[in-house]
Design a protein around this ligand. Structure first.
Ligand code: ADP
Ligand code: MG
Ligand code: ZN
Length: 484
């Protein structure tokens, strides 16, 4: 670590659950609707309204807890977290405090070739607040608008142990967390849109020290990269403070992405005292063992297990297996193609080498792979056409791109565009003869030992056939003829 210091980091992540309705009322959670459309007395915090718990939200939270290797508490408790803010009309948020839904889990990360477990201290459920929108300029009057569509949307907060030792580890932790939540289909993990929010607690200590240093909490970070940058900045800042003879003060700081630095927001003295107490409107949350068992049975295979299985079952490399399990949709797409074609390695190459590139180039979301214009069946048909020699591998690349753009079948495209491979050696031989005849100088060089010019001849033949000649046949014929 920098200048003989070690960083100690703990992350607190808020994840929006993908339920259709809110946590304590039946209002829709749909994103992007007209302001305040999805509201009712409960989520507007009107006096006398009573919360009714959404069972699906709890099941999703339990799923997340199991996916993060946590122990789910049979009883947990709703607590009021009291504070005032215009977007929190009740004056408190329903959350959990000393009796959270789940505890004692971990996420396995993989950094610099090392596997490491990051402890998940606890997972609690809570409702989201509304949204304040500040508009206008100070001199023309500044207005704040309130949108309560988000008020009451279910969240889980996932708190790690202070086990993270670098910004790279923090980044990997977040990537794994997002991946697991996506596989479980409980959160879409989009940091830019706020469905995954992360605060980072950071301290430093002299290498070898057993006691933790004083920490600061970094807020307002809305991308994976910014988490990494904010931590890096903060670690350096704290070391500077200590090396300068000062002491790090416990405070909350904001990440300013425009200036690439963290700035103080509030000190420990100004810290909120939320005066948590059990919410008298809600009974204990009881998740019995049957509920946990049923949820456990509905769990999909998780990324790490899939990755290992891909290596074993399909003889993929570590790297390929990692790429192909990046999202659940991708893993499923691969498995379906591998199964249909019976050619896992070839399927992996086409998906990783070509299909993923089209997705990247067109900025499409990999999660949408399940609705890909090229289905596993279509890709399998294309692979079969290459295997049979109907088209060359090179032509297949353009065919696949066309398939991706138009959603049409490989067979249709190659027939329409006349792309069928020429494997008739008689036909190829004629072209080979012509190329040899037209390039006496190169032939002379070749025969004088400059066999590296073979590529030139192959290129000429390919050019003459629009790339359709069977490359093996071209090579064989050229070698034979050039040998004289
Ligand atoms: P709070 O109640 O203030 O949120 P917690 O004890 O729950 O505090 O810790 C919040 C987060 O801070 C956790 O992720 C924890 O791992 C982390 N944390 C605690 N102590 C330190 C420390 N000295 N340095 C870095 N992170 C820490
Ligand atoms: Mg906290
Ligand atoms: Zn409501």
């Amino acid at each position: 670590m920098t200048r003989n210091y070690e960083a100690v980091i703990g992350l607190e992540c808020h994840c929006q659950l993908l339920t259709n309705s809110k946590l304590f009322c039946s209002c829709s959670t749909k994103f992007g609707e007209a302001p305040n459309i999805n509201t009712c007395p409960v989520c507007l915090g009107l006096p006398g309204a009573l919360p009714v718990l959404n069972r699906v939200a709890v099941t999703m939270a339990v799923k997340a807890a199991l996916g993060l290797n946590c122990k789910v508490n049979l009883e947990s408790q709703w607590a009021r977290k009291n504070y005032f803010y215009p977007d929190l009309p009740k004056g408190y948020q329903i959350s959990q405090y000393d009796r959270p839904l789940a505890q004692h889990g971990f996420i396995e990360i993989f950094v610099d070739g090392n596997h490491k477990k990051i402890g998940v201290q606890r997972i609690h459920m809570e409702e989201d607040a509304g949204k304040s929108l500040h508009e206008g300029f100070p001199d023309s009057g500044r207005n704040t608008y309130l949108d309560f569509n988000r008020s009451g949307v279910p969240l889980i907060e996932i708190v790690t142990d202070p086990d993270i030792r670098s910004s790279a580890e923090a980044y990997d932790y977040l990537a794994r967390l997002k991946q697991i939540l996506e596989f479980l289909e409980v959160c879409d993990g989009n940091m830019e849109e706020g469905s995954l929010r992360c605060d980072a607690n950071v301290s430093v200590r002299k290498a070898g020290d057993s006691k933790f240093g004083t920490r600061t909490e970094l807020k307002n970070i809305n991308s994976f990269r910014f988490v990494q940058k904010a931590i890096d900045y903060e670690v350096e800042r704290q070391i500077d403070v200590i090396e300068g003879g000062g002491r790090v003060v416990q405070e909350t700081r904001l990440w300013n992405s425009a200036e690439d630095r963290t700035v103080p927001m509030r000190s420990k003295e100004e810290a909120h005292d939320y005066r948590y107490f059990p919410d008298p409107d809600l009974p204990l949350l009881v998740v019995d063992s049957e509920w946990i068992r049923t949820t456990d049975r509905s769990m999909p295979e998780l990324p790490e297990s899939r990755r290992r299985r891909f290596i074993k079952e399909y003889a993929l490399s570590e790297y390929d297996a990692g790429v192909l399990t990046a999202t659940r949709a991708l893993a499923e797409f691969f498995e379906e193609t591998a199964g249909l074609s019976g050619q896992p390695k070839i399927a992996a190459n086409w998906i990783m080498g070509d299909l993923l590139r089209f997705y990247k180039d067109s900025n499409a979301d990999l999660k949408d792979l399940s609705e890909s214009p090229v289905s596993p069946k279509m890709l399998t048909e294309m692979i079969a056409l290459v295997e049979k020699g109907t088209i060359s591998g090179k032509i297949a690349k353009t065919v696949l791109e066309e398939m991706y753009k138009t959603g049409r079948q490989a067979q249709q495209i190659i027939e329409e565009q006349g792309l069928i491979q020429i494997s008739d050696t008689g036909e190829i031989e004629k072209i080979v003869d012509k190329v040899i005849e037209e390039n006496p100088k190169s032939v002379e060089q070749y025969r004088a030992g400059k066999t590296g010019t073979l590529g030139f001849f192959v290129g000429q033949v390919m050019k003459a056939t629009g790339g359709r000649a069977n490359p093996q046949a071209v090579n064989d014929l050229l070698r034979k003829k050039l040998a004289g």
